[in-house]
Design a protein around this ligand. Structure first.
Ligand code: F0G
Length: 458
């Protein structure tokens, strides 16, 4: 018998979580204005809101916390992190930031000006918001295959090189400060970008003289998929794949809260000193002096170790295996989910799950609320609420996909939790015909509205 994968860790410390009753949850979610971000964590049983900053650190990371050097300038923790970043990614220069969007803020302050165009593969919401905040435009060049949730395609995060080349050839070079490749592509379902695609993007970018930056929050999961799915990489180590991936980029932004398994942190990696120097000014302004940025010494230490933990094959195999375990239980019941399964989350296709809800009534949010009421499981809407209004027309934007994302924190929940989550979703699926009314917005912010939006039942 082939031995199945099993978790590459054992558990040394536990945190109690509590189940609640349906009546309690109905009350709580109403008081939260049907916005799952407004729930208290103790009102949630299994929290799949995000895999960001919610992972369990290893004993090695915790021991590194004790060795943190909190010197304002030149801390040994800074050099430890610098060495780890160089070793894992190959980038010579880096700036520590407090999280991924801070890295975006600093980098974009140095590179993007009003009226610019930033092509990429379904930019993440904070990335897009930081672009639009600068009165620039994020242009989505993701391959069309990504938008068919049933299509079995191994690299649904890929950039359509023809779409990209059209943008590059139709606009003056001065208006395109960078191309952003998100690995894995969160918005299209945690889907990987192939090495071949990275090479092609790099070649086109070079032809037009435009730098390429990777939004790298889940770079190690991307490398795992390349190893498992792309011809020629089956025998290459994760770390060698990672090195090759980044060799096609001019730099990276990193939310360390994902694949580096820390609760807070981020950084920017640079190949070129000129850009590093330019961005340093903004880093000092927004984040802190260059040898700590937005991080304390102990957090830089934990992050340095996390870069090693997160790029171990055994970790990635059990982590991505757990995501697939949940996905397969749902697929076996005919529940429409993005397939192949992504690296960090299962994305339920809400339009196909709840065909009776019109798009104006926020289908994925409606589903996420139903799932919470059913089992105290918190997912998140990746759909028209998150898509915000068009900054020019003020109209709601309705993306092709309305998804409910179930993001799995790293090393945090067991497969029994996954069984529980699957059962709750299956229960909602079995009563889906009775769900005929969605939600309406009663209050919203002008940008990133999903965090604070207030809703009512229609
Ligand atoms: N880029 C990607 C691809 C992300 O998924 C995120 C965060 C960021 C950038 C921003 O990083 O949160 O550290 O400021 N994604 C989280 C999520 C919030 O739930 O997917 P951050």
């Amino acid at each position: 018998m082939k031995l199945p994968f099993a978790e590459s860790f054992k558990i040394k410390m536990v945190e109690p979580i509590r189940r609640s009753t349906r009546e309690e949850r109905e009350e709580w979610i109403k008081n939260a204005n049907y916005n799952l971000f407004n729930l208290r964590s103790n009102q949630v049983f299994v929290d799949l809101l995000t895999d960001s900053g919610t992972g369990a650190m290893s004993d090695r990371q915790w021991s590194e916390m004790m060795l943190g050097d909190e010197s304002y300038a030149g801390a040994s923790s800074y050099y430890k992190l610098k060495n780890a970043i160089k070793h894992i990614t190959g980038f010579d220069y880096f700036l520590p930031t407090h999280q991924g969007r801070a890295a975006e803020n600093v980098l974009f302050s140095a590179l993007i000006k009003e009226g610019d165009i930033v092509p990429g593969n379904s930019h993440f919401d904070t990335t897009k918001a930081h672009i639009e905040f600068r009165k620039s435009q994020a242009v989505d060049c993701t391959i069309d295959e990504a938008f068919d949730t049933e299509l079995d395609y191994p690299f649904k995060g890929n950039i359509d090189v023809n779409k990209l080349e059209k943008v590059l050839s139709n606009n003056p070079k001065e208006k395109i400060p960078l191309i952003i490749v998100t690995v894995t592509c969160n918005t299209s379902g945690g889907q990987p970008v192939s090495m071949k695609n990275m090479k092609e993007v790099s070649a086109v970018a070079r032809k037009y003289g435009i730098p390429v930056y990777y939004d790298s929050a889940r770079f190690a999961e991307n490398a795992y998929f390349i190893k498992m799915r792309e011809e020629g990489y089956g025998n290459t180590s994760i770390r060698d794949i990672v090195k090759e991936m980044f060799s096609y980029a001019d730099g990276m932004t990193m939310s360390s809260k994902k694949d580096a398994i820390v609760n807070m942190g981020g950084f920017i990696g640079f190949r070129h000193k000129e850009v590093f120097d330019k961005a340093s000014v903004y880093n000092i302004l927004f984040e802190g002096f260059n040898t700590y940025g937005g991080m304390s010494g102990r957090d830089m230490n934990a992050l340095a170790q996390g870069l090693y933990d997160g790029t171990e094959f055994d970790h990635l195999e059990s982590r991505i295996g757990q995501v697939a375990f949940l996905g397969q239980m749902l697929r076996d019941k005919g529940i429409p989910v993005q397939y192949p399964f992504g690296g960090h989350a299962i994305f339920v296709d809400a339009k196909r799950f709840l065909p009776n809800i019109p798009k104006e009534e926020y289908v994925a949010q409606t589903l996420a609320v139903e799932l919470y009421i059913e089992g105290g499981v918190r997912g998140v809407e990746i759909g028209s609420i998150m898509a915000d209004r068009d900054p020019v027309t003020g109209q709601n934007r309705y993306p092709d996909l309305e998804l409910m994302r179930l993001a799995i924190p790293r090393r945090t929940y067991t497969n029994d939790h996954m069984r529980y989550v699957a059962a709750a979703i299956i229960n909602v699926f079995e009563r889906r015909d009775k769900i005929t009314k969605g939600l309406k917005i009663v209050k919203e912010a002008p940008i990133l509205r999903h965090f604070t939006v207030e809703l009512e039942k229609v």
